[in-house]
Design a protein. Structure first.
Length: 67
């Protein structure tokens, strides 16, 4: 294979790899953003659950005070 053809083939492959790498980086970033959003939602849900537990405990205390 002539040198120019090899160089062209290498350049083409390098361009393809560059495109794949860019797409992969974007995919990883999107995945990281999804994980970050899910962690934020989980924190909010935990806060709500803690608040609900406190409210229920307060309610139960009013209907059946501790002796």
């Amino acid at each position: 294979m002539p040198t120019n053809a090899r160089l062209d083939r290498i350049e083409t492959n390098l361009e393809k790899l560059t495109q794949v790498t860019g797409a992969l980086a974007a995919s990883i970033t999107a995945h990281d953003d999804q994980i970050e959003n899910l962690l934020h939602i989980a924190e909010i849900q935990q806060q709500r659950w803690d608040q609900l537990q406190r409210e229920w405990q307060a309610y139960l205390t009013t209907i059946h005070p501790r002796q």
